[in-house]
Design a protein. Structure first.
Length: 241
């Protein structure tokens, strides 16, 4: 299916907001994004595996927010091949790579838009997002959680696999030190590390406790963190049945 360009994306490009820097970074690094992600996320297989395992087995509509190159979407399609899959991302280059990866499948829809302001598909069984929400500030996260809840069917699940902040400055420093040790052990080059640290200047990471609280405030139930490895966590919540 062809990429669908929503009208709100044009307004998004014109906004003078810090998140535009994030879009520029993704546009510039789209080609090397997957390789860097695997190198720079310690325990990436467990991280993605945990998120994938939390998608309801009988899901018929799954929405991937900030789908990027389609890395996680392809995993979702592999386990739920019959599900209608919506990939939403604001980077044309990223979404083009996702379309090259997954192809023109009848069950897959590619949407070029800002998922913070976009109208999300209704009656979804699962809304998933991997390594994207940390680019939003706290108020945007809160607003997003409310919108996600509205888009889910009763009993549907939100799965947020993301890069989180430490609950204190001391733990944040330890997170960073442990991350550096782990990625160097995985073979990350000093250039890759330097590039990652540069990109992280655009991050707006939030602690787990804050995000779980905002999800409860939005109306989610069964809110929990199912996986955590240093500064990478998988958090979920369900819409009341």
């Amino acid at each position: 299916m062809l990429i669908v360009v929503e009208s709100s994306i044009r307004n998004f490009y014109d906004r003078d907001m810090g998140i535009n820097n994030t879009r520029a970074v993704f546009e510039a690094t789209a080609g090397s994004y997957d390789q860097n992600r695997m190198t720079l996320i310690p325990g990436h297989q467990r991280f993605y595996g945990a998120a994938l395992s939390l998608i309801p087995q009988d899901a018929r509509r799954v929405v991937d927010l900030g789908a990027g190159t389609g890395l996680f979407s392809a995993m979702v399609h592999g386990t739920h091949p019959e599900a209608e899959l919506h990939l939403i991302d604001f980077s044309p280059k990223m979404l083009a790579l996702a379309q090259a990866r997954l192809g023109a499948l009848e069950t897959v829809r590619y949407v070029l838009d800002d998922y913070v302001t976009a109208a999300l598909p209704e009656d979804s069984d699962a809304v998933v997002t991997a390594l994207s929400v940390h680019h939003l500030d706290d108020e945007q996260k809160r607003a997003l959680f409310h919108n996600v809840l509205k888009s889910l069917r009763p009993g549907g699940r939100f799965i947020n696999a993301d890069h989180i902040a430490g609950p204190s400055s001391e733990l944040e420093r330890e997170y960073q030190e442990r991350w550096l040790e782990a990625v160097r052990a995985q073979g990350a080059s000093e250039q890759q590390i330097a590039d990652s640290l540069f990109r992280q200047q655009e991050d707006r990471r939030s602690p787990i406790a804050s995000q779980l609280g905002w999800m409860r405030d939005a109306g989610f139930v069964q809110v929990d963190c199912w996986h955590k490895d240093n500064s990478f966590a998988v958090m979920t919540g369900c819409k009341p049945a």
